[in-house]
Design a protein around this ligand. Sequence first.
Ligand SMILES: Cc1cc2nc3c(=O)[nH]c(=O)nc-3n(C[C@H](O)[C@H](O)[C@H](O)COP(=O)(O)OP(=O)(O)OC[C@H]3O[C@@H](n4cnc5c(N)ncnc54)[C@H](O)[C@@H]3O)c2cc1C
Length: 368
Amino acid sequence: MPESLTPAQLELREKAAAFAREELLPRRDGADQARIEILNAAKAASLFTMTQPKAFGGSEASTLELSIVRDELAAHNPPFLHTVFGPGPGVLAGVGEPLKTTHLAPLIAGDKKSAFGFTEPDEAPRATWGVLDGDELIVNGQKSYVTGGASADFINTLVQIDEHGPALVVIDTATEGVERVRDFCSLDGSAHAAFEFHDVHIPKTYIIGQPGEGLPRAMKQIGDTRLAIAANCVGWMRWLLDYLTDHLKAPTRGGKTRGDKEGVRLRYAELRIKAYAARSMLYRTARLADAGENIVNEGIACKVFASEAVGEIVDTSIQLVGGVALIEGHPLETLYRQVRSLRLAEGGSDVLRLNLARGKLELNKGTI
Ligand SMILES: Cc1cc2nc3c(=O)[nH]c(=O)nc-3n(C[C@H](O)[C@H](O)[C@H](O)COP(=O)(O)OP(=O)(O)OC[C@H]3O[C@@H](n4cnc5c(N)ncnc54)[C@H](O)[C@@H]3O)c2cc1C
């Protein structure tokens, strides 16, 4: 639970709070310059390296430590929230040569950018596939929702290799036959691209792990990201509830407060219950992960619950604050757009619920 932290973890939480107050909140303008300054400050505060492996100079923080920092940063609802941590290895964790030198090292050093290619358009005639030919893999297909695709040097791509099954494959975006067919933005403001692959020849050594092992690796990466999403949502809930509390306690013209009304109180209590549950789930799951447990189902539960709860909290807050909260640039308007995408990113809520049910009903796995 967030209450039973060690002195070192409490110190880390205070460091994250100070970072949000002193380095993030004061910056609103000059995005490029601000990013560079935040990056340098995050390095100086030893936050930047928390997501990076020790073999590359990182501090490889535990899941609980990362959750504490993400929760605390988001609890200040600062700008540039996603600028604090350095690039982690993602699905390239633990790869050998040549990928370790050609892609992992430059990724961690910030010299190359990666993206993740998993989602495909519904109308695609066939899932992205590859054929092994000597020392090469020839890839054809499409990926429709690649975050950061326009600036990515390579895409970690899920490919069905004929006669082997799904594999994660590194595809350099500059390779002949890789076509970026569309750039677009989603409601939360993040940028994405759609790609097509036409007879793309890549070295066989760019297959991550063994052919056929792709899905578990992809799911591990997606699982870590789900917990990170849940931690951000939990922090944002805390910010939202503080904001709403101030609003409900402020006197209105008639002398009473909005929080005097019983109908408002019932809704307010409901939001607080959900925030309490989401935060408890997150910290419990982070501890299970650090104890070496398989947390696939718990991670699903945290992400689904936290992303839906923060959506409800921001939506109700807007309703209770009124039309002013919908004016472009109002913090509630901005947060509403930011959190809406999280019920789809890294797996839509419905599909994740089905996965969780299947794990129990058909595979008899999981602890939930
Ligand atoms: C901000 C953002 C960033 C993203 N970044 C990436 C990225 O970097 N890389 C990447 O590959 N993808 C990315 N995605 C895509 C994301 O992973 C998908 O949108 C998500 O997994 C849902 O898949 P889909 O859009 O194909 O919807 P679908 O799978 O078509 O699902 C749409 C809806 O249909 C219903 N549904 C679907 N299947 C079932 C079923 N079996 N049973 C019952 N109902 C069902 C559900 O209600 C579901 O919500 C991103 C998405 C967002 C919003």
